[in-house]
Write a protein that binds this ligand. Structure first.
Ligand code: ZN
Length: 342
């Protein structure tokens, strides 16, 4: 979501933000979009082939409001042009049938060795965006942290629906559902935070990235929902741009992160029946950003997903539905599992 640290208001778009330049740099954006469009479209077509067509309205139009997640910079046309293979083997598996250890079976039957489970021993870090406590800790979350290429606020409040359902509540709920689905498949899941008493705010965006790095996560997903104008609808997945500066170097994760993001986008569309964002990403549901500390500082394949627009009444009706959130979690999980080769 938007990265100001005051509670957003329904009419807030025009006044808020360090993010403003993302949309006001129209010439830069136009160039970037021109470069990106064929690549994104190709990616989208590929994703749809893998995951089935998305329902909803793929129509694209100019965004009347600033987008989420802070920031100047915006899309980087140089990034992500060459998807690379996922880091996991793609072989199918006979899941749940590990080879017995110990002596051979008495029958003497040779038996076929079970294929290794591509999900066994894999670690996924889930980052529930924001924290419900951030609204009460402005001083702490406004502290600037180093994101390699720049300095930014430690964390932000996130947005809310017009009726007050907080993005941070949404992200935690979807993340927990996502964890349940992944753990049922045998994946080890870690959270960047649980918003419990030990975490009254944050963590800061640099720490969120560091958590995935330190455990050498096979995939990292940061869960969000957007907060732009009424009429802007749909999901989008944010991919890391190729950036280098200070402790940021995404050169090794741009390719696999794109693969991860394409998998998630396609499966999310399939399970939720919702369409890609109609206000950015040219209808692909994919956007490349170079201004997010959580991506710039990651050394592991990582994406953000903006599940919908909390400020749009129709999207909000979905985002506040537990049944829809379960579908959202399932779609994200399916994308991750596909990326891991499961
Ligand atoms: Zn957010």
């Amino acid at each position: 979501m938007r990265y100001d640290n005051s509670p957003p208001s329904p009419e807030s778009g025009s006044s808020i933000s360090p993010d403003r330049p993302w949309y006001t740099r129209r010439s830069t954006l136009a160039v970037a979009a021109a470069v990106l469009a064929p690549t994104c479209l190709a990616g989208w077509v590929l994703t749809q082939a893998l995951a089935g067509p998305a329902a909803g309205d793929p129509q694209t139009r100019a965004a009347p409001q600033p987008a989420s997640h802070t920031a100047p910079g915006g899309a980087d046309g140089k990034a992500g042009a060459t998807p690379s293979a996922p880091t996991a083997p793609a072989s199918p598996t006979a899941s749940g049938s590990p080879l017995p250890s110990g002596p051979p079976l008495a029958s003497g039957s040779p038996g076929a060795p079970a294929a290794p489970d591509p999900l066994a021993g894999r670690t996924v870090v889930i980052d529930p965006g924001h924290n419900t406590g951030n609204f009460k800790h402005s001083r702490e979350i406004n502290r600037q942290v180093d994101i390699g290429t720049n300095r930014k606020e430690c964390d932000t409040t996130g947005t809310t629906t017009n009726s007050g359902y907080m993005e941070a509540e949404f992200t935690m709920d979807v993340s927990r559902r996502l964890r349940t689905v992944l753990e049922a498949r045998g994946v080890k899941v870690l959270f960047t935070h649980e918003a419990g008493p030990e975490r009254p705010w944050g963590p800061c965006i640099d720490e969120r990235a560091r958590i995935g790095n330190e455990v050498k996560a096979d995939a990292v997903v940061s869960v969000h929902a957007d907060g732009v104008s009424e009429g802007s609808r749909g999901y989008h997945v944010i991919l890391p741009a190729a950036v280098r500066g200070g402790s940021a170097d995404t050169s090794k994760i741009v390719g696999p992160s794109r693969t991860l993001g394409e998998r998630i986008a396609g499966n999310f569309a399939r399970t939720t029946g919702t369409g890609p964002a109609n206000y950015l990403g040219s209808g692909t549901g994919l956007v490349v950003r170079d201004d997010l500390g959580g991506l710039n500082l990651s050394t592991r394949p990582k994406v953000f997903i903006e599940c919908g627009n909390m400020r749009d009444a129709k999207d909000a009706a979905l985002l506040t539905s537990p049944e829809w959130r379960q579908k959202a979690a399932q779609g994200i999980a399916d994308g991750i599992v596909g990326f891991l080769g499961g």
